[in-house]
Design a protein around this ligand. Structure first.
Ligand code: UFG
Length: 340
């Protein structure tokens, strides 16, 4: 089977490419390299011993995309990751997010339709649930008004798939990721945040290695056991493996629904302080952190109900928070050339 991964040199895309190649799929990658580099394709080859077929192609360049599909035939399914993903940046630059994430996806879906590619696995986010009324969130929990342009682009992406599936041969699996973290055990691929990280775990590892002075905990006066926010952190390799199950389901037409949604989380919430404690334990380092004010737009707590993914996809997250911290730390040490 030939699978096209858009955004395949990015964080989740590269880990998914590894799992697919290890399972015998032929992997094609397109990426515009706006938040990654072509060297990642070489790392994927180093890990798997197999080469993904890489092309620097931008989904927003319609004629380039057309050309790409003219030259690359017999694609069985697309896994669509390529998108901007920084919540704060999306508030500052909404049109850039709408243009890239929505127009890019329309181009992709239209080209897929013209080339009779009928299967797509879509990278969505738990952000579509906003501040949930009931925890854990199930796939039937209401989709709330988006809190950021980024979140809105994920909601629109999902809706495009629901609507297109009704009137065409398109089959979709929509995966709502919780908080991906961790890195490959080889420490050859991982997350490469550009500039000052927004997300907790890269901020922790950059602080521990000395690239940032101090981590600010965004509030400890929330209504949670230790006062800090709770999230469902999931190891990126577990997440990547879920795409194998999703592909199998869609390619073998196991579902009666043409567009299906799954939450991908561990089902377990960890507070910011628990994440810090786990990091300190596995790295054997004391982290320099301070308690700061709440961050605007943060939901208090969110974690996933995993039953549907466990039972229907036959997939379950296996790695715990300590493993996420350990592999993130090993990755940070590798990219920073840490010698100690
Ligand atoms: N946090 C800190 N200090 C930091 C960074 C983060 O205390 O320096 C806290 C946040 O306030 C939050 C928790 O760590 O309580 C997790 O924050 P992240 O930024 O790592 O993750 P978010 O839950 O905010 O964001 C994630 C994804 C988004 C997605 C969103 C949906 O990164 O893509 O979940 O809620 F949209």
């Amino acid at each position: 089977m030939r699978i096209l991964i858009t955004g395949g040199t990015g964080y989740i895309g590269s880990h998914t490419a590894v799992e697919l190649l290890n399972s015998g799929y032929e992997v094609l990658i397109i990426d515009n390299l706006s938040n990654s580099n072509a060297g990642v394709a070489d790392k994927i080859e180093k890990i798997t011993g197999r080469k993904p077929i890489f092309s620097k192609t931008d989904l927003c360049d319609r004629s380039g995309l057309k050309e790409y599909f003219r030259e690359n035939k017999n694609i069985d399914a697309v896994i669509h990751f390529a998108a901007f993903k920084a919540v704060g940046e999306s508030v500052q630059k909404p049109l850039m997010y709408y243009s890239n994430n929505i127009s890019g996806m329309i181009n992709l879906l239209e080209e897929m339709s013209e080339n009779k590619i009928e299967n797509i696995v879509y990278s969505s986010s738990c952000t579509v649930y906003g501040e949930a009324d009931k925890l854990p969130v199930t796939e039937d929990s209401p989709v709330k008004k988006a809190e950021s342009p980024y979140g809105f682009t994920k909601q629109v992406g999902e809706q495009m798939l629901f609507d297109a599936s009704k009137v065409s041969d398109l089959h979709s699996v929509i995966l709502r990721y919780f908080n991906p973290t961790g890195a490959h055990d080889s420490a050859l691929i991982g997350e490469l945040p550009v500039g000052i990280p927004n997300n907790l775990v890269p901020y922790i590892t950059q602080t521990a290695i000395g690239e940032r002075e101090v981590l600010t905990v965004n509030g400890n006066d929330y209504d949670t056991p230790d006062g800090t926010n709770i999230r469902d952190y999931i190891h990126v390799v577990d997440l990547a493996k879920a795409h194998l199950s999703a592909l199998d389901r869609i390619l073998s037409r196991k579902s009666s629904e043409k567009a299906e949604v799954f939450n991908l989380g561990t089902g377990k919430g960890n507070s910011v302080m628990e994440v810090i404690k786990s990091f300190e334990k596995v790295s054997n380092k004391k982290l320099n952190y301070r308690i700061g004010p709440r961050r605007e737009g943060d939901v208090v707590s969110i974690y996933s109900e995993t039953k549907k993914a466990n039972e229907v996809l036959g997939w379950k997250a296996e790695r715990d928070i300590d493993n996420m911290m350990l592999t993130s730390w090993n990755w940070q040490k590798a990219i920073s050339g840490y010698k100690k």
